[in-house]
Design a protein around this ligand. Sequence first.
Ligand code: URA
Length: 222
Amino acid sequence: MGDSSSASGLARRYFRQTAELFGNNLYLDSVPDLSDQDGSLTLDSFREQICKCVKCPLGRTRIKFVFGVGDPHADLVFVGEAPGRDEDLQGEPFVGRAGQLLDKILAAIKRSRDEVYICNILKCRPPDNRTPHQNEIESCMPFLEQQLNIIKPKLIVALGATSAHALLKVKTPLGKLRSQKWKWQNFDLVVTYHPAALLRNPAFKRPAWEDFQWIDKLIAEA
Ligand code: URA
């Protein structure tokens, strides 16, 4: 058995990953069991590692840490902006009005939230649902990076400009980012409207529908 799957190998990897994510600060009382059957880090164990995070001030004001939900091996991952009030209360992303619309959009491409993975740029709610600050995005991004590298989706869908800008590190308007395939690390990424924008502006519903038809096609071809 190789070093990476031995107890000492796992512990070493745990401390290395923790140091990468938190610097010298540890947020755990004990070292969790990190291993999947093949010795790899699982989403559940990663969640355990980070769910008490107070790296940024949002860790002190949140009610619940909103890690993500869905199939840990999903082909398709949706990344929104940050939890809102309903998500903060329930500890699950996209459960409010925008989430209900996302569920309907998923149903239209014959998928459910159990068959995809849904998460956000930030794991904690910004007060009054304000737009995330850059320091909060930078603080939380290593968590999302690790999460996406565990899931290894075929396609990442950035929902809205905040998500797209945080992932692609550009400030290009959303309208110019749509309808193109981007790369985020080694993964394909596309950009579409945030469901909350569709609720505010029904004129976006038709182009969003076209985006989702294309997303369905991309997954079928991947
Ligand atoms: N908006 C988001 O961006 N994410 C959520 O989880 C809910 C609303």
